[in-house]
Design a protein around this ligand. Structure first.
Ligand SMILES: [Zn+2]
Length: 282
């Protein structure tokens, strides 16, 4: 079974508008149209059985709609292969109720985004949410490191993450982008081997400039394959999850680059599916 643990879709009515807006702020081209159909076509092409959709609540008021859509998406997951996590915002003061009802609805996890949510990852509100999510058996996926749209946004650095690990001791925390986008030296030094999962999204795939924009080589920097393999092995291959960040990279290309990264075939197999199956309790 092949699982992509990090993807995004938007409701049909706003997908084109949202993708255009994000392409502009990130100066980065998308590889799919951001709809469920677009993601399913991409999965077919890449031989992916399940994609985990990670919605982000950028305002506290969005949480309710996001979670309603997530539950509807999950109701159809056997036909579509799409599994949506829920969203929550640090300013949702009724977080306990939200997390309990997500768990009761069969949602498997939540997504946090300290940069988009403009809150440090070691803020007490995140710690409470993470603690309560774990108590309810939910997986917590967080954006980690810098974000391509907000190069100054340092809310989810390895230092913040280490504080949360020490304080909350979450048992099912997934750090996106190999533990910290463009913080990889620090991840390798201080975070690798910690009791967390790392996803591979948006790390080794090329960053393509959006139409009418350009990116300098420095702005296009990604994780070199050699360091990627070193990080996988230092962290422990059993806790690495394949993610593409579709539509922000191409799923098929992401699979291919993983296979060409220098890892052994059995390491790739675990990353592409076995580890995700275990975490999702398939
Ligand atoms: Zn993402």
């Amino acid at each position: 079974m092949r699982i992509d643990f990090h993807t995004h879709t938007f409701p049909n009515a706003i997908a084109a508008r949202t993708i255009a807006k994000l392409e502009k702020s990130a100066r980065t081209a998308s590889y799919a149209d951001g709809t469920e159909d677009g993601l399913r076509a991409s999965m077919e092409q890449a031989g992916i059985d399940y994609s985990v959709i990670l919605p982000v609540a950028t305002r506290p008021g969005q949480t309710e709609t996001i979670n309603r859509v997530a539950i509807e998406t999950n109701d159809r997951h056997r036909e579509t292969g799409l599994i949506s996590f829920g969203g929550i915002h640090p300013e949702n003061s009724d977080y306990r109720q939200i997390l309990r009802s997500l768990a009761a609805s069969g949602i498997r996890g939540i997504k946090l985004h300290p940069v988009y949510q403009q809150t440090d990852f070691d803020d007490i509100r995140y710690m409470r949410i993470i603690d309560c999510a774990c108590e309810n058996g939910l997986i917590v996926v967080t954006h980690a490191g810098y974000d391509i749209s907000f190069p100054e946004g340092g809310q989810a650095t390895p230092a913040h993450i280490l504080t949360v690990l020490d304080t909350v001791k979450p048992d099912r925390l997934v750090l996106a982008h190999m533990g910290g986008w463009r913080c990889w030296d620090e991840v390798e030094r201080n975070l690798a081997g910690a009791p967390v999962w790392l996803d591979t999204s948006f790390t080794t795939t090329p960053i393509r400039p959006a139409k009418d924009t350009s990116r300098t080589p420095e702005e296009s920097y990604t994780l070199p394959a050699e360091q990627f393999c070193r990080l996988v092995r230092k962290h422990g291959c059993g806790h690495i999850l394949f993610g593409s960040d579709s539509p922000w990279s191409d799923q098929e290309e992401a699979v291919m680059l993983l296979k060409q990264s220098g890892l052994a075939p059995e390491e790739c197999l675990a990353i592409l599916g076995g580890n995700g199956e275990r975490l999702l309790q398939f």
